[in-house]
Design a protein around this ligand. Structure first.
Ligand SMILES: [Zn+2]
Length: 128
């Protein structure tokens, strides 16, 4: 027995099936949170859901927690974020390497100058 069985043969089979999917979807099934995986999601309004476990409020389909398109978009966004993070980290490590190299070069130059000065002084002393 489904809810739409109360309609008898009215409205057509396809529409009755859609009605069942919608009403049984958010009223009787336990909705799974796409963030924490707990079955504690409540439907606030059309397209707005809230997870009582992780206390996140998020947008979904009108009658389902997550639509197919929403899923693909979320996964592609996650991939994009990971790629951007990798690029960012690579650039940062490059900058750090450059900074270290420059500092080392400066130190070496300083050491060279000191050594030259000492050599010059020694040469002067030996001349005297
Ligand atoms: Zn959750």
């Amino acid at each position: 027995m489904t809810i739409s069985s109360g309609f008898g043969s009215k409205y057509g089979r396809k529409i009755r099936r859609k009605y069942d999917n919608v009403t049984q979807g958010y009223k009787f099934k336990k909705l799974v949170c796409p963030f924490c995986g707990m079955k504690k999601v409540t439907r606030e309004a059309s397209g707005i859901y809230e997870c009582l476990y992780c206390k996140k409020k998020f947008a979904g389909g009108a009658y389902e927690v997550e639509t197919r398109i929403g899923k693909t978009i979320r996964s592609s966004m996650a991939k994009k974020n990971v790629k951007e993070l990798e690029v960012f980290l690579e650039e940062e490590t490059k900058i750090e390497d450059k900074g270290e190299k420059e500092e080392k070069a400066e130190k070496e130059e300083k050491v060279d100058k000191k050594e030259k000065k000492q050599k010059k002084e020694k040469a002067k002393e030996s001349e005297e």
